[in-house]
Write a protein of this length. Structure first.
Length: 419
């Protein structure tokens, strides 16, 4: 998602700059900076409509497809926002932009991104240790209020330091979900979930409402050639993003990303509220170009949301990405089986029955692909999980009650590896 967003930004940006140099569209042709601003903001994808459809149980879509589309959209927004702010900041400085400045902009992007991540994780750990060491869970109203204040404080701190508040908030939320969620009372877990979900949906609705009003009330002149070319440039950016990245990912993946999945991911690149919100922050540069970018962004969002979002189910049928009823009812892999074991254990199956079931499944799973299990046991993820359990969770909170492999399964792996 990170490298792919870079590719999409520069493909769309330099295609736009080329069209401006020819004189087809009303974008500043003296410098590629305004074109790159458009490329960065329009590279933010928001496939809410697509996810709502492929996430329905009756659609019987492969969970891998949902994970790919959702995972790309989450990280993609963060990268696009930081890139936009870097380009917009340079535009506001009124310095002349040339090709040699691209490297400095990328270094600034990396600096802002890493610093924003550090702020988000740092504030998240501070919030977690405050909740864990204090008696705030006995006061449910103050608990939710303190959580909200930490959330706003994380965003404000990043913005004060001229970093990305959105990226900091994203990693702040990841940290809280991993550690602090288990420090909260049951009442506050439920209430905070609904409060923040309502705030999120309300905010997104307001942005779309404002955008819908702007479509009909805006006095800016629409650049029809730019709108048509913008859609084509977005498609080209998605293709240059998805296909090479999928090829590289398939080199190491045991379950490959199929060609039809790649085509659907290109199709699922809807534009949404983030793109429009970023377009309204354009203040420096050629005024006619700013208006063209804002109106074109609105047009692309409307086109992709209604046309691509409305035809999602038909595309799934044509690409044969729906599983049969038999496939949908059976476990797909060892991960879904492990989740079922956890459910059985939690519902009173007991450690002995869970252990025997795990022993049976582990044997067949290991025999079918022994190398993947050995690599998984010696991976960085395994090291981090052990470190997290021993040092981080005791200090900041967290769930230590996930299903662990019983001792006999470790011996089973060793026996099967020497068989």
């Amino acid at each position: 998602a990170i490298l792919g967003t870079f590719i999409s930004t520069f493909v769309v940006g330099y295609f736009t700059y080329g069209a401006a140099k020819i004189g087809i569209i009303s974008i500043d042709a003296s410098s590629p900076l305004q074109s790159l601003l458009f490329g960065s903001l329009i590279s933010s994808v928001d496939p809410v409509a697509t996810l709502a459809i492929i996430g329905k149980p009756e659609m019987r879509c492969d969970p891998l497809l949902y994970s790919l589309v959702f995972g790309e959209s989450v990280l993609n927004d963060a990268v696009a926002i930081v890139l936009f702010h870097v380009f917009n900041k340079y535009q506001g400085s009124h310095e002349e932009f040339n090709g040699s400045d691209t490297g400095w902009l990328l270094l600034e992007f990396l600096g802002i991104s890493c610093s924003s991540v550090a702020v988000g994780i740092g504030v998240g750990l501070l919030c977690s240790i405050v909740f864990k060491k204090s008696n705030i869970s006995a006061y449910h109203t103050y608990e939710v209020e303190l959580l909200f204040l930490f959330t706003f404080g994380c965003f404000a701190l990043a913005e004060i330091w001229e970093l990305s508040g959105v990226v900091a908030l994203f990693f702040f939320a990841i940290t809280l979900s991993h550690y602090n969620y288990y420090n909260m009372s049951e009442q506050s877990k439920i209430s905070s979930t609904y409060v923040f979900e309502a705030l999120a949906k309300g905010s997104e609705s307001l942005v779309f409402l404002y955008m819908g009003i702007s479509v009909f009330s805006s006095k800016a002149k629409w650049d029809v050639p730019f709108l048509i070319l913008g859609v084509l440039f977005c498609v080209a950016g998605r293709v240059c993003n998805i296909l090479p990245m999928s090829f590289l990912a398939n080199i190491k993946r045991t379950k490959k990303i199929s060609r039809n999945m790649q085509v659907f991911m290109c199709f699922a690149g809807l534009r949404g509220a983030v793109s429009y919100a970023l377009s309204t922050q354009l203040v420096a540069g050629d005024r006619r170009g700013i208006e063209a970018i804002q109106t074109t962004t609105m047009g692309i969002i409307v086109c992709t949301t209604f046309i691509l979002g409305g035809s999602t189910e038909r595309v799934l049928d044509r690409l044969k990405l729906k599983n049969s009823a038999d496939d949908a009812s059976s476990p797909r892999n060892e991960h879904s089986y492990g989740y079922q074991l956890h459910e059985d254990y939690a519902n009173g199956g007991g450690a002995s029955s869970t252990s025997s079931a795990l022993h049976s499944n582990l044997s067949s799973s290991f025999l079918s692909n022994p190398s993947s299990h050995l690599l998984r046991r010696n991976s960085f993820h395994s090291w981090w999980r052990n470190f997290d359990d021993k040092f981080m969770k005791p200090a900041f909170g967290g769930d230590n009650e996930y299903l662990r492999m019983p001792p006999e399964s470790d011996q089973l792996v060793q026996d099967l590896s020497h068989a």
